[in-house]
Design a protein around this ligand. Structure first.
Ligand code: FAD
Length: 517
């Protein structure tokens, strides 16, 4: 039966009217060979590291297969006549296209239609043609803020540094570039950024659009370094805004949540390059944290407290300090009752510290100490969910102790919590707008039903402290309290309507939480 079936397929294949289908097949089957080879050669390398490189290799394959989706579609369309035969249709069913997902894999996007732009002109032309679309950065958001059911545009090929102005201390980059691509290049030229997030893998435009942050009482979020923006509006028109010239409009646009248009260029403040050291301490008692919170979070340039909420203690304290000439890099063995670690650690104790930036006081460039995770390695855990709430820093201890009350419900579903501080800024939609914040973050196991049930409890405990959720992470807070916590939201909505009158860049998430419709 099987042999007869295949023989029949062969004859249908040879039949001239199906030449178009055959051509489609050739294009497709030839095209999927390269990534297979790439994976094989990756595996055959002696220093192949699992699961990081396996993940990267498989991501490369998935990306390649997605790029091919359109070719596959052409092929399947022209071959659709073949599908009439049930056995053939079964044979082709393995060819179902991969679904496009976010980095963590918890969100399947509403469409796989992806246009990859290589120039400002291409962005303008494409945006003009579409009725609805969203920009996808590096897909590291956990919620549907970036989602579209119509069309995506990616600026990943637009990843060049355009100009470094050493007198003005600025660097201008194309919007598709990731921090991990820009930073080493910037360092080589003698410059640095003021801060970085826990990972360098994310796009600069995507990170600034959601108010992504690192840590440090004196450090604003990453968007606070933006001094100019270029973006393409729904009409295809190009707008350039600068901190100096455009005042409030600029401050409204920087944390733009992807609503205003497609960012094509970003200019960032830079400063002379610096060297850093990172020390990790273990087991800081909560009572110490309670009594000395300000001293602890101000004790280094960037401080992160990691806790699993068990045993009334902070499991790990990460202190990142700038190396200052003439000052010893030695760190005391004890820090508020915590003990200095004797080896490199991962924030999630069970995971390999190989993925993490160098610790133990070893000096290194700023961009290899500010993030916790190394470029080219899996950041965090990989298969996970994330949530984060910002509360004013003056309420930090009360807010942390309020969450601690839920430890028995939280811990079974938690990988780790991270507590960081971020300085106030003046960007309308930034969670740090006009308030110094503490951010309480949760890296969850991929158990959404349980996590979804927990989030309202955490939000209720944090309720008295005016919590604002991270724009790119998971939360259950209603639209009304969220909207009410942003005093410049009405002006932001007005700005969005001016730049995008027909809502070309809106989606379900934005309609719900920003536009209230
Ligand atoms: C492992 C991990 C660690 C993380 N660590 C941190 C952390 O330390 N601190 C923190 O604050 N967050 C952190 N995040 C969250 C993450 O940094 C943010 O969600 C960030 O927005 C991701 O950027 P992206 O380019 O991947 O965004 P995407 O999900 O691709 O897009 C985010 C938003 O930006 C918009 N956008 C992207 N590019 C453009 C453009 N060119 N023009 C207009 N709009 C655009 C999208 O439309 C969308 O609205 C982490 C996430 C992960 C997965």
């Amino acid at each position: 039966m099987r042999v007869e079936g295949l023989t029949l397929v062969y004859h249908i294949w040879k039949y001239p009217p199906f030449a178009e289908a055959r051509r489609g097949w050739d294009v497709w089957s030839n095209a999927i060979k390269p990534p297979r080879c790439a994976v094989q050669s990756k595996f055959s390398q002696p220093n192949f590291r699992q699961p990081n490189e396996l993940r990267m290799a498989s991501e490369a394959v998935l990306h390649f297969r997605r790029e091919l989706t359109m070719k596959k579609r052409t092929f399947l369309k022209t071959a659709s006549v073949l599908m009439a035969a049930p056995f053939i249709s079964r044979m082709l069913s393995w060819a179902a296209p991969e679904k496009l997902r976010n980095w963590a894999g918890n969100l399947e996007y509403g469409t796989e239609r992806m246009y990859s732009a290589e120039s400002l002109e291409q962005v303008r032309r494409f945006v003009k043609e579409q009725s609805h679309l969203k920009v996808l950065g590096t897909k590291h958001c956990f919620n549907s803020i970036a989602d579209s059911s119509d069309q995506f545009i990616s600026l990943q090929p637009m990843d060049k540094e355009i100009a470094l102005d050493s007198a003005a201390r600025t660097v201008t980059v194309e919007a598709g570039i990731r921090y991990g691509q820009l930073c080493p290049h910037l360092d080589e030229q003698g410059f640095a950024l003021h801060n970085l997030a826990s990972l360098p893998h994310i796009s600069i435009a995507g990170a600034c659009s959601t108010g992504t942050h690192g840590s440090g009482v004196g450090n604003g979020n990453l968007a606070s370094a933006v001094s100019e923006l270029e973006f393409v509006l729904a009409s295809g028109e190009v707008v350039r805004l600068s901190r100096e010239r455009d005042g409030e409009t600029f401050r409204g646009a920087v944390v733009g949540l992807g609503t205003l248009g497609v960012i094509t260029k970003v200019t960032l403040d830079i400063q002379p390059r610096y060297t850093m050291r990172q020390y990790v301490y273990e087991n800081l008692p909560f009572d110490q944290m309670k009594d000395h919170f300000e001293a602890i979070v101000s004790s280094a340039y960037s401080v992160s407290l990691f806790t699993d909420w068990q045993k009334h203690r902070v499991n790990e304290v990460w202190l990142k300090s700038r190396v200052e000439e003439g000052k010893s890099g030695e760190a005391p063995e004890e820090f508020f009752g915590a003990k200095r670690a004797t080896k490199n650690l991962h924030p999630i104790a069970e995971l390999s510290a190989e993925n993490c930036t160098e610790q133990m006081g070893v000096p290194g460039p700023w961009y290899e100490r500010l993030p916790h995770f190394r470029m080219g390695f899996t950041p965090s855990a990989g298969k996970e969910l994330q949530t984060e709430y910002f509360v004013p820093r003056q309420h930090a201890v009360d807010a942390i102790l309020a969450v601690e009350r839920l430890r028995d419900q939280i811990s079974p579903h938690l990988m780790i919590t991270e507590i960081r501080t971020i300085a106030a800024d003046n960007l309308w939609m930034s969670p740090c707008y006009h308030r110094d914040n503490v951010a309480i973050h949760f890296t969850w196991k991929p158990e959404w039903p349980e996590v979804r049930a927990l989030l309202p409890m955490i939000e209720k405990e944090l309720g008295p402290y005016q919590p604002r959720p991270h724009w790119g992470k998971l939360f259950t807070m209603g639209a009304a309290p969220l909207r009410a916590s942003y005093e410049r939201l009405p002006e932001f909505v007005e700005l969005s309507r001016r730049y995008d009158p027909k809502g070309k860049f809106r989606n379900g998430f934005l309609n719900q939480y920003i536009f209230g419709s």
